[in-house]
Design a protein. Structure first.
Length: 219
């Protein structure tokens, strides 16, 4: 069920992702060479490569979190990982619904690392070859993001590097449909996700999932 909840969280988290990353992928897509940019199929291939690089970085970060978590939480009661994962889901829900904007302060953790990586990514723009799209996507995957950090804390409760990597990969797959579409329909999707009722509905749905996660995992 953790993987199911991670995928749905990724799907709903694109409310935040579109605001933070939709502009990035849209700008990258429209900066491609004209023969690629004007061909939807070729442009889609580059968009997919951006996202594959991003998912690779998510999986690497999840593996690190899972490995560290297995060491730190190895002798902790199994109740603590359940409470932590539920708290992260609830925090995401309240943030997306607009009820807990302070949750975004977690993003400050990754700012020092991003300051070192961002110039490297900028060196690949404009994208001129498929491999550059993949590498840029891998760098983009380390962009400070409240959603990523929340799921990484969740990944730390999974008990191993492989399980942590899998949780992050599944979460990333949940974000894939919307962020891939952002390169083609970015304006329409951004308008949709700015609607308060949409955000609150998704926030409430995730909050109910957090409660379900707690009750289903409680022995």
């Amino acid at each position: 069920m953790s993987l199911f909840f991670a995928f749905i969280t990724g799907l709903f988290a694109t409310l935040h992702c579109l605001g933070m990353c939709g502009g990035i992928i849209g700008a990258l897509s429209y900066s491609l060479p004209a023969p690629v940019r004007d061909n939807p199929w070729r442009r889609s291939g580059y968009i997919l490569l951006y996202n594959m690089g991003r998912l690779l970085s998510y999986s690497m970060a999840g593996a690190i979190a899972g490995a560290v978590g297995s060491l730190v939480l190895g002798n902790v009661s199994s109740l603590f990982p359940l409470l932590l994962s539920t708290a992260m889901m609830a925090g995401i829900a309240l943030y997306l619904g607009g009820w807990f904007p302070q949750f975004a302060n977690l993003e400050k953790i990754g700012v020092p690392l991003w300051r070192k990586l961002e110039p490297l990514g900028r060196g690949f723009i404009p994208i001129r070859a498929p491999w550059q799209a993949g590498v840029y996507g891998a760098i983009w995957g380390w962009l400070p993001c409240i959603m990523i950090y929340s799921i990484l804390l969740w990944a730390a409760t999974q008990g191993s590097a492989s399980e942590g990597a899998l949780l992050m990969l599944v979460f990333g797959l949940g974000t894939l449909p919307t962020l891939s579409a952002a390169g083609l329909f970015g304006d329409w999707l951004s308008r949709l996700t700015r609607k308060q009722r949409v955000r609150q509905g998704i926030g409430l749905s995730l909050l109910l999932m957090a409660v379900a996660n707690l009750f289903m995992g409680w022995d």
